[in-house]
Ligand binder design. Structure first.
Ligand code: AMP
Ligand code: MG
Length: 344
């Protein structure tokens, strides 16, 4: 504090000012009984003083300061009071702004970290065009690649966008080959049962299909396997399915390679305001907006729940998890909500 450095045993009282010490300054005046030194915030405590009385609690006139009662150590920061000797300064977190401040406060400019995993993004589909290009009849923009790049970065990975693969076995194989130097390959599309869906076939013949198809809505045709020793997550092509299954399968995996636990998402219980229909056979991850009202956490569908309906996903701040066996989210009970964004 800006004020006076002195001895607590001299307070309250009238003390003689014998010097001044400012933040960052050199030699320190000593403080004896009956004496005080003007001091600024951030300055070292002069020898002999044991407390600081703030300006607000003092009155100075003609070299004499009248101070209010104080106790030893008031407004004094001791060395090691934030981090006592023997404490681990910073351990295995994502380096938050505060963690970076801690490291910097120790003068540390280089620390051991994990390398971000390189995650290849491979869109499949003859109908896809790079956003910004011109669309011919029958074509659509590839929205999965930029969405996945952002999701990978957010999860702590380094996105590597590969050239789009044509809907042919050789096209998918060549693209997969291009991703084999990465730590993880994410494909999108071409993983269903159609004649032109080749991702699963390529994984199978490379000897590494672990599982295919999950009872999740959206995202049924997910495939997980391995290509030349690299884990491959074959995400569905439908844009909502691709992002939701990324959230459920790829995000925790990327984080695990960084030593981070789980998906890092906050979960709350939320009650749907109205029923939201779903497929009874599958566990649904419904796009909802979650907010607090009158001591309760409520959820409302942000729009159509179809796997191609992207905008409701962009407007959602949570996924409401409704178990298999239920036909709709029931307003008479609450469900787990995975918080993806800021509270509405
Ligand atoms: P698929 O799994 O390849 O049959 O694709 C399912 C649906 O998602 C189709 O309507 C595709 O056109 C669409 N789709 C596939 N990949 C993408 C993508 N990268 N961006 C936008 N839509 C896609
Ligand atoms: Mg396709």
């Amino acid at each position: 504090m800006d004020g006076y450095a002195l001895r607590a045993s001299d307070t309250p009282g009238q003390l003689r000012i014998v010097g001044e010490v400012v933040a960052g300054a050199g030699p320190l005046p000593g403080v004896s009984a009956g004496e005080a030194v003007r001091i600024t915030t951030g300055a070292p405590l002069p020898p002999g003083a044991d407390t600081v009385v703030p300006l607000e609690d003092a009155h100075e006139s003609r070299g004499i300061v009248t101070v209010a009662p104080s106790s030893p150590g008031a407004f004094v920061r001791l060395p090691g009071s934030d981090t006592p000797a023997g404490t681990v300064v910073c351990l295995a977190h994502a380096l938050s702004p505060a963690a970076i401040a801690v490291l910097a406060s120790f003068g540390l400019v280089r620390v051991g970290v994990r390398r971000r995993p390189r995650v290849a993004i491979l869109s499949t589909g003859d109908e896809l065009v790079e956003p910004g290009g011109e669309l011919r009849p029958g074509q659509i923009y590839d929205s999965n690649a930029p969405a996945l790049a952002a999701a990978i970065s957010q999860a702590g990975g380094e996105p590597v966008t590969l050239a789009r693969a044509s809907d042919s076995r050789s096209g998918v194989e060549a693209a997969m080959q291009a991703g084999a130097g990465c730590d993880l390959i994410l494909t999108s599309g071409g993983v269903s049962v159609g004649q032109h869906d080749h991702v699963r076939e390529v994984l199978e013949s490379a000897g590494g299909l672990d599982f295919w198809r999950i009872a999740v809505q959206p995202g049924k045709p997910l495939a997980v396997g391995e290509y030349q020793g690299v884990t491959v997550i074959g995400l569905p092509g439908n844009p909502v399915s691709a992002l939701v299954t990324f959230e459920l399968f790829a995000r925790p995996l990327i984080r695990a390679t960084l030593g981070l636990l789980g998906d890092g998402r906050l979960r709350v219980r939320a009650r749907p305001e109205e029923p939201i229909a779903k497929d009874k056979a599958r566990r649904a991850f419904l796009r909802v907006s979650v907010w607090r009202e009158a001591g309760e956490t409520l959820a409302r569908s942000t729009g159509g729940q179809g796997s191609a309906q992207l905008r409701p996903l962009a407007e959602a701040n949570a996924l409401l998890v409704v178990p298999e066996g239920e036909e709709a989210a029931d307003p008479n009970r609450s469900y787990e909500a995975i918080i993806l964004g800021e509270l509405a």
